[in-house]
Design a protein around this ligand. Structure first.
Ligand code: HEC
Length: 459
């Protein structure tokens, strides 16, 4: 196998320089421009897009897309993006020519100069930028497996569990023997090489509903929150267990999330029926998709990073261009809720677990349904692709099955206590299944149990 050295700039937290000399200030330079070109539609009593531009505070509070200006980062600020026609934000002012270059330059200098309020006012410190981006050409097997933390300190405030909580989220590292199991306010890590419980990563945002390892296995994405209140995604460095950054400011729990293969974007979705894609570097919302008609249950970037697939409770599946959210295409054929999606490692097949018990396979290029079969009585809840292209499904019938893409069953695993809610493959490509009673079981492709990790055992 060809092994490519990974060149990664991991989490170098740096503060951008603040340019003082040419800085513009809000009162003298920016407010007059905003009043002339924008305040017609963005002022108290008429806040189109939720945005009022008449004070610094209102600008920083922003509109429906969050803060309109981000100190130090013009090209990440929705206001600057809108007026300079970057990305797929609505161009501002609408249906008019782009503002002349000297006006764009004034906004740029003001933002990059740290949002000075007045001539004598102090420039803001620039927002920290998290640099996690990896070269997408390095996404094969790493030369050395990712290093991971072997033990986490016990939590002083650990919740006392009387019984196990359902395995709401489950992820296995693609290159190292470690799995992550989501629970209430925490993610529990287990070492598969010896079966020991590494410990729990606290998640202050609430329930953990989605877990994913980055393609290189070095970062763990933790998504979740509090139903009807808030949703967040945290990125954790596996080597240290430390949080690298938090993105997302959703108004409901995050049910689905993913980190793009090059680690530059995070997508989130949930009951709000809206896919939001944020930039990891600064947390800015880059694009949204408003096509889903019901709760979004699952989303995943294609392994080549080109597309984002998302699915909902009404059977809607969309594939959208990942960089700007353009060109969403509907994949028809699901006749019930889609519970989970999974891409094959070559990005040429997309699998869906369906509420009516079927497993569906699509050709993403043509958006055609190419295969389907009855996988689980009472509903197919989860689905995963192995590296080699076999499929694993879990269902309401408390079983999990390994399949060929033809729909021929390779093996079946019936040791779950309750509904097989989450499935995945370990780095050694053994199937994993997490059930409603809180147990996670590893088994062999032949269908024999290797071991069980119980949520009820704590240290
Ligand atoms: C004729 C009315 C009008 C004018 C003038 C106008 N806007 Fe807008 N603006 C809108 C509308 C309508 C929206 C909502 C667009 C949407 O959500 O699809 C919007 C949205 C925005 C947003 C996104 C807010 C958010 O958080 O979603 C920004 C930023 C913005 N405008 C900046 C500006 C700036 C800067 C100017 C002046 C250079 C300007 N607008 C002039 C009508 C206007």
């Amino acid at each position: 196998m060809r092994r490519i050295a990974t060149s990664i700039i991991l989490a170098s937290l740096c503060t951008l320089p603040v340019y003082g000399a040419e800085a513009r200030n809000f009162e003298d330079h920016i407010l007059p421009l905003l009043r002339e070109h924008c305040a017609n539609c963005h002022r108290p009593g008429k806040t189109r897009g939720g945005l009022d531009v008449t004070t610094m505070e209102k600008l920083e509070k922003g509109g429906s897309a969050g803060p309109a200006v981000i100190s130090g980062l013009a090209e990440n600020s929705p206001l600057f993006r809108a007026i300079s026609h970057i990305g797929n934000e609505e161009a501002m002012p609408p249906e008019q020519d782009k503002l002349p270059p000297h006006i764009l330059a004034a906004f740029k200098l003001w933002i990059e100069g740290g949002l000075k309020p007045t001539a004598s006012g102090l420039a803001r410190e620039s927002r920290a930028v998290v640099q996690l981006t990896v070269d997408a050409a390095t996404l094969g097997a790493p030369a050395t497996p990712p290093v991971f933390i072997r033990s986490l300190p016990p939590r002083a405030d650990a919740p006392q569990l009387v019984r196990g909580l359902p395995v709401m989220a489950l992820a296995a590292n693609p290159w190292a023997p470690i799995i992550a199991v989501g629970g209430q306010d925490e993610t529990v890590l287990h070492d598969l090489s010896d079966g020991h419980r590494i410990g729990a990563l606290p998640f202050a945002a609430g329930e953990v509903r989605v877990l994913r390892f980055s393609r290189n296995g070095q970062v763990l994405l933790v998504g979740g929150g509090r139903p009807t209140a808030s949703g967040k995604v945290q990125l954790v460095e596996l080597q240290t267990g430390k949080s690298l950054t938090t993105v997302g400011d959703d108004f409901d729990v995050v049910l689905a999330a993913d980190l793009s293969p090059d680690q530059s974007l995070v997508a989130t979705a949930g009951p709000e029926k809206l896919v939001r894609v944020y930039r990891v570097a600064d947390g800015v919302l880059v694009w949204t998709l408003k096509r889903h008609a019901d709760f979004i249950t699952s989303l995943e970037f294609s392994p080549d990073g080109k597309h984002l697939a998302s699915a909902d409770r009404a059977g809607g599946i969309f594939i959208t261009d990942a960089s700007k959210g353009e060109n969403p295409r509907l994949l028809a054929g699901a006749t019930d809720a889609v519970n989970q999606l999974a891409w094959r490692s070559d990005a040429r097949s997309l699998a869906a677990a369906c509420g009516d018990g079927q497993a569906l396979l699509y050709d993403p290029a043509s958006a055609r349904l190419v295969a389907k079969w009855a996988a689980h009585e009472g509903g197919c809840l989860s689905i995963a692709y192995s590296r080699e292209g076999s499929l694993l499904t879990g269902g309401h019938d408390a079983s999990a099955s390994l399949w060929k893409e033809s729909g021929d069953r390779i093996s079946q695993f019936k040791n779950c206590d309750t509904a097989a809610f989450r499935v995945g493959f370990t780095s050694a490509q053994n199937p994993l299944v997490g059930d409603w009673s809180g147990d996670v079981r590893e088994w062999t492709p032949e269908g024999y149990e290797v071991r069980v990790f119980s949520a009820r055992v704590r240290n």
